[in-house]
Design a protein around this ligand. Sequence first.
Ligand SMILES: [Zn+2]
Length: 359
Amino acid sequence: MNAKRWIHLAVPFLLCVVLGAQIDPRTALLERGAWNALNAGQAHAAAEAFREALAADPKNARLHLGAGMAASLERRDTDARDEFERALALDPKLAQARAMLGQVQYRMGDPASAIRTYDTLLTLTPDDKAARATLERWQREAELHDRMQQAVGSHFTVSFEGPAEAELAAAALDVLDRAYWRICQLMGTFPLEPINVVLYTGEQFRDITRAPSWAAGAYDGTIRVPMRGALDKPEELDRVLSHEFTHALIRTLAARLVPAWLNEGLATALETGSLEWAEKNAASQKPVPLRVLQAGFGRFTGAQAQLAYATSALAARRLLDEAGGFAVANLLRDLGEGVDFEAAFLHRIQRPFADFQAR
Ligand SMILES: [Zn+2]
């Protein structure tokens, strides 16, 4: 049930910057400030600083790399891709730019380009085991998807592996269609583009998503669901697909900057079934403040994750009850456009976030 937030482009490596010898001191200073901001996770400040440095030194591949990384942290994927491509046009050997480019291409739903990019990357850095493992995983995924058949509905395209799963795919389409109308009406928004859904065996699902063992589904632009035994438990199929569809709907409103508690909370609150489990879970433990639930839940153990989901679901439920789905949809739109969270919350929900959280 996790939204696969752990696929997000973190900056996993220490940024080691060798400043070019020919750069004038002011640009060098700007560049240093930009990398420091990036290392501190201040994506917006970093983006501004790289922009300024690039104005003075537009042919500097490393500055384009930095600008791309800042854009990527801000989830401006198209900008990020363009910057990495510019960096590579200036310096084709800049392996870090190629690695980041592949990740962004994959995240943008273009696995074929991502695979080509990593193929080239590995000719430059043949000993990079992590990159090789990523490439192999993407290749397995592409081969599997080539083998798959598709069931096409009006709002969803469901891919599945063999004739044995055709019945299941039809059932999934049915469930998804019901979730579509129920949840879209509540939020007052109806996505027009069809949403891709892939049904996996349990094993394929773990391999491709690298989801923690407690995850019952994943969303990374495509809804991915392990299907073993799903037809025996229709209510579970309904729950999981409603949850993942809500993530897809949220993505159409805000591709970035949605705190995990809001994203997971809405997805969990809009599942079919009651939130009694969440009330029990939250009541029996020390409450978790929403602000520690900003980042994805993939890092949690099963029990921690359960409390995180329970807390988030109850907060989202209250938000929907008090402000209505339409206001929450507007809050998400504002966040996606980069409006500051506190300001957006005050404007759309009509009360300060601190107030809401205190209850
Ligand atoms: Zn989720």
